[in-house]
Write a new protein. Structure first.
Lengths: 238, 299
């Protein structure tokens, strides 16, 4: 479904990505974990068109999307949940969600309404707060809102950039449960996380990034039992 | 224009209020132009007043010199000004994307100088004038006189304000423009073409400026350098109402117009422009977020 081929990328003279290749198959939940500054966010932003790679290709369903603008990537069927819960703070929850469906010109009002109902069923708190300004929501609620907003575009692939960042552990569990449920309904996801424990519990496959390269890849089961991973990312007691 | 010996009569006060609202409506139009660009891009466009100048000069030229009838002249003028706004974004703003807001604000100042000089080259230093849209016979109104053009101006600002309010609140493009102003990265992530929104905001706000210019020709002398003062007044009005707030722009414009006009009556018309600066400084000192200001400005 998604095939990132030998992407390299740099900011000025600082090399952010070195020949990175990853693959996401339909229906999978794939995670990229690694320390801060390993290039995880750059990788996601390259896929979503915010960052131009210096070389390499991004292929999505046999089409090259390497040089599309961010809105073009969304149109192609890839939505991104940006890092840091970026809601439109002075708009209401409902307006935020409606903007999520911005590109769906062909969908009728009733289809969009039906999808809103699905989001509200997934996150009942958003329905309760639908007339409230997004800036007044709690961190966890904003996270649900940005996930809901991304889903409103009906993406084929959802990119998530550190959804656990800055959330209370209990809220992280709730978000994780929701992601799992979405994946079970058939949504393909690429999840970038620093919280390896959560990411490895959720995902089918995993890439470990270090210093702009893919250091390790494999099924999460085998990755979880790799000695180095246990030591570096999961803590000794696991 | 001082009041001389006695007290101001009620009809005199009414007269000042009428002229204050008329002038204030034009300031409101300029302030709304500021608001649109600021809302989408956070750029304060110091060439906003020059859009008014172009609108005014163009309509007078098309109608008087080329003898095009009034309505087509008006529409054509607004269209040309809108294109100037679009051209400004394409040639001066877009190529500099990523440099941050402040350099872009400087660029708009540069644009204003370019517009000013071009206007001098095209039209020279002579003022232009146009007859009122519905003639120039004053209407008596409770002892005061009302120019028919005043009705056009006030009517236009009401229509524009309502239209803009609905545009930002109820249309998809309006919401998308708002989204860009709050978080352009998030806007792009839901599929909004941020570039097109920026371009549209320049076109829309130039068109508004052009409309203001067209409306003002019959009640004032228009000259190549009127844009600078218009920018100043419109900016003061926008700050007064709360930069970024559309209703605030209208309120700010009217309040500023009234303040100017009444000060002409009470003090002296010589202080008219300094009142604007005084109001501007006062607001920035006392309440930087303006009368109806949002959180936009507090940082």
């Amino acid at each position: 479904m998604l095939h990132v081929q030998n992407i390299s990328s740099q900011y000025g003279s600082i090399i952010a990505l070195k020949e990175v290749s990853i693959k996401v198959n339909e229906g999978e939940m794939v995670t990229v974990i690694g320390p801060n500054g390993a290039g995880k966010t750059t990788l996601l932003k390259t896929i979503s068109g915010f960052v131009r790679p210096s070389s390499g290709k991004v292929i999505f369903f046999d089409n090259e999307i390497t040089h599309l603008e961010p809105h073009g990537v969304v149109r192609a069927g890839i939505s991104q949940v940006l890092q840091g819960r970026q809601v439109f703070e002075d708009l209401t929850v409902l307006q935020n969600l409606t903007l999520g469906a911005y590109l769906r010109n062909k969908s009728s009002k009733s289809e969009i309404q039906a999808d809103l109902e699905i989001i509200f069923e997934l996150f009942p708190i958003l329905q309760e707060r639908r007339k409230q300004k997004a800036g007044t929501l709690s961190g966890g609620e904003q996270m649900m809102l940005v996930i809901g907003r991304a889903l409103m575009a009906k993406p084929k692939l959802l990119l998530l950039d550190e959804p656990s960042l800055g959330l209370a552990p209990l809220v992280v569990d709730r978000v994780a449960a929701t992601l799992e449920r979405l994946n079970k309904t058939g949504l393909t996801m690429l999840l970038v996380e620093q919280n390896a424990e959560v990411a490895l519990t959720l995902a089918n496959r995993c890439y470990i990034m270090e210093l702009g390269r893919i250091a390790l890849e494999g099924e999460t089961e085998e990755i979880r039992s790799t000695e180095r991973v246990v030591e570096l990312y999961l803590g000794k007691e696991v | 224009m001082g009041i001389g010996e006695g007290e101001m009569t009620r009809s005199q006060i009414l007269q000042f209020v009428i002229s204050g609202i008329t002038q204030g409506s034009i300031y409101a139009m300029v302030a709304l132009g500021f608001t649109i660009i600021f809302r989408t891009t956070r750029i304060v466009n110091f060439a906003q007043g020059d859009f008014v100048m172009f609108g005014a000069m163009l309509v007078a030229t098309l109608h008087n010199l080329f003898h095009i009838s009034l309505l087509p002249s008006i529409l054509l003028s607004i269209l040309i000004v809108a294109m100037i706004g679009g051209a400004m974004e394409i040639t001066m703003i877009y190529p500099l994307k990523g440099v941050g807001i402040f350099p872009l604000v400087m660029i708009t100042l540069g644009a204003s100088i370019i517009f000013n000089s071009s206007s001098l080259l095209i039209w020279g230093v002579d003022p232009l004038h146009l007859k009122g849209f519905s003639g120039d016979n004053p209407i008596r109104f409770y002892g005061a006189t009302l120019m028919p053009q005043t009705l056009w101006i006030v009517g236009a600002i009401v229509c524009v304000a309502v239209a803009l309010f609905s545009f930002f609140r109820y249309t998809k493009i309006g919401q998308a423009m708002l989204a860009c102003s709050m978080n352009d990265e998030a806007a792009a992530s839901v599929g909004i073409n941020v570039r097109m929104m920026v371009l549209s905001s320049f076109i829309l706000s130039a068109a508004l400026g052009g409309l203001g210019g067209v409306l003002i020709v019959p009640i004032t002398m228009v000259m190549f350098d009127m844009g600078v003062l218009m920018t100043l007044k419109g900016f003061a009005a926008a700050i007064l109402g709360g930069l970024g707030s559309a209703p605030g722009a209208v309120v700010g414009g009217i309040v500023l117009g009234l303040a100017e006009s009444l000060s002409c009556g009470i003090v002296s018309s010589g202080y008219r422009d300094s009142i604007t600066l005084f109001v501007l400084i006062l607001v920035l000192l006392v309440r930087p977020s303006g009368i109806l200001g949002s959180r936009f400005i507090k940082r």
